[in-house]
Design a protein around this ligand. Sequence first.
Ligand code: HEC
Length: 414
Amino acid sequence: MRPMLAPLATLAAALGCAAAAASDLRGHGGPVGALAARDGAVLSGSFDTRAIVWDGENAVARRVLRFHDGSVTATAFLPDGGYATAGQDGRVAVWGPSGDAPLFATSEHQAPVSALSLSPDGETLAAASWDGRIQRIALATRAATLSEAHQGMAMGLAHLGDGRLVSVGSDLRLVIDADIGLDATVGLPALPNGVALSEGRFAVIFADGALRLFDEGGQTDERILSERPLIAVAARGDLVAAASVTGEVWILDNGDLSVRHAILPDQGPVWSLAFTDDALLTGGADGLVRSWDLASGEALGEGGGAVEMAFHDGSRGAEVWRSCALCHTLSPDGGERAGPTLHGVFGRRAGTVEGYDYSQALRGMDIVWDERTIAELFEYGPDAYTPGSRMPDQRVPSAEDREALVEFLSRVAR
Ligand code: HEC
């Protein structure tokens, strides 16, 4: 069952108070890949395909936005109490302060959207996509224009104070883009994963574990934070925050990149970050949004997994299952995660759990799940075995592990 939440027509009235989220926000059924915060409200987006508008102060979900086919990858607050969401499906949706459906949506991109940014005058929403293009949407007229910004994936973007856009791409370029044509490009030393504007400089996170600051002339500062990729960045005032795929989070001074706080939220990979007035929000693989006091670095909420991560019976198969449990439950009542429940999966035709919103591709497939087909799914990976399905591509490379996984499932999923 999906939780029923009445749309709140008077959300705008509930805003206006600037306060930190005092407790963890629990409601997503999968990793939280997108976060935005403004005036006490929080807008999160998840692999579970939903975006949630929260009253951060009271830690209650005010509205659930369902539209995207696949995970929600970026969110932004708009003027006049509205919201924007963007997804793995390449679409950008613009929502009013109330209502069950977006006011309008664009589908200009052929690949997932990696970032959204609202112009300082509030008139233009920009989106960056893995198709290398940047879309500008004039909110008043709903007209969308596209520009080719990167040869490869556009991995992040942000508006400068003067309305120009800065974007970073897998072509190892940082591009400062006037309305037409490119003003400047700066070569990057590694693969960038995102950018945030920090007091006129650009804070860029990299797959080599470094946070680097740039201005229009080039790199001005660097701090190596991790040996593993950094996957989320946010900035506010004189602070920058970055998170690594290992789940560590750093809050740094933008001036000299000294580390103010190093935090280990215990949420698995931290996929998204946002600042409120006095807190940093972390969106994790555990489906939670947690908040951290900027002064002390302490947790403001209680923590603890909202997602029961695994059945622990000590077997190798249960260990392998842990990576699946982020997105799948084994409970008969369905649960609410990014993927369908695998309860009763043996003997079931692909794409047939009632009430789960499958991709068209999986729904149309003539596969019956059993020991052999589930093992093959993770031998070849979903992209090859079930092309067009929304399960992120992943494999279980060892034949022994696949056997253990299937043996485990055959015991607990029947
Ligand atoms: C990041 C999220 C995610 C992870 C991790 C994940 N899955 Fe999935 N899985 C999905 C989604 C989403 C679908 C539905 C795909 C669609 O609709 O195209 C799915 C579909 C499936 C299906 C088909 C179900 C049906 O009813 O047809 C099986 C079987 C499955 N997953 C098994 C697994 C196993 C086993 C693992 C771990 C090795 C795993 N998944 C890990 C998200 C995930």
